[in-house]
Design a protein around this ligand. Structure first.
Ligand SMILES: Nc1ncnc2c1ncn2[C@@H]1O[C@H](COP(=O)(O)OP(=O)(O)OP(=O)(O)O)[C@@H](O)[C@H]1O
Length: 237
């Protein structure tokens, strides 16, 4: 469970988040949708204890990230890149992460299999394609078998096969009971992937609810977004 309650944040004189409130629930894929600069990454960074809110609370399973005793066993995150050193093999990276976080080494082969990287695990991370790097980042996120997954733009830059794989991965993670929160600026993509949608624009939540509720009387999620934000359909994202 993820609970964000009245979170606000300014950088200098710019208010980048204004009174943000939403939840992401177990067993559901929740899409956090908004254009470039809307405040998605800033929100996820606060949730993961990488940044502080000025006011409000951001809780993972009822606690601020910094108060989680063994964070990897509660929440797995995929932000930029895989986090692996270029010269390390995928397997060595995961072994190092498992050891440094007090997790059983047996998890390494399990998470490699879960993301379909067993056959590539002996390769150096620097030789990985974008899709493989993303899978390695996911494997690391899964090491502690967390209840919650938080992913920032996980399909960005992936080819159609990679996008399809990621969609199925997110779906099965939710079916296993996990809370899955992913950000995206790709409305069509979220329309295919999410159960629930939170729309953010200029640091404010514009609407939230099930995909069907948010899409409402509109043909697509994209039509709903432009109607809700009164953004010109041709305006840059
Ligand atoms: N380190 C920073 N210093 C100053 N301003 C920042 C910083 N990081 C983000 N911002 C500003 O905060 C606002 C929200 O940015 P954020 O990266 O959270 O948006 P986003 O929705 O994730 O967008 P994108 O899809 O482009 O990643 C933007 O106006 C951005 O310019």
């Amino acid at each position: 469970m993820i609970t964000i309650d009245r979170v606000s944040k300014a950088r200098g004189r710019t208010q980048i988040l204004s009174d943000i409130t939403f939840e992401a629930r177990p067993g559901r894929v929740t899409g956090f949708l908004g254009p470039n600069g809307a405040g998605k990454t800033s929100t996820l960074r606060i949730l993961l204890g990488l940044d502080r809110a000025q006011s409000g609370t951001a809780l993972v399973c009822g606690r601020p990230y910094r108060q989680l005793k063994r964070p990897l066993t509660t929440v797995g995150a995929l932000l930029d890149g895989s986090g692996a050193h270029r010269a390390r093999t995928a397997r060595a990276h995961l072994r190092w992460m498992a050891t440094s976080n007090g997790l059983p080494g047996s998890r390494v082969e399990e998470v490699l299999a879960a993301v379909g990287l067993t056959g590539e695990a002996g390769k150096r991370a620097g030789r990985f394609s974008l899709g493989m790097s993303r899978r390695l980042g996911l494997a690391a996120a899964l090491l502690g078998d967390p209840e919650v997954l938080i992913l920032d733009e996980p399909v960005n830059g992936l080819d159609p096969a990679g996008i399809r794989w990621m969609r199925e991965f997110l779906r099965s993670s939710a079916e296993q009971g996990r809370t899955v929160l992913l950000s995206s600026h790709l409305m069509g993509e979220l329309g295919e992937t999410a159960d629930d949608v939170i729309v953010i624009d200029k640091g404010r939540i514009v609407t939230q609810g099930s995909l069907a509720d948010v899409t409402g009387g509109h043909r697509t999620l994209e039509d709903a977004f432009f109607a809700l934000t009164a953004t010109e359909a041709g305006a840059p994202w």
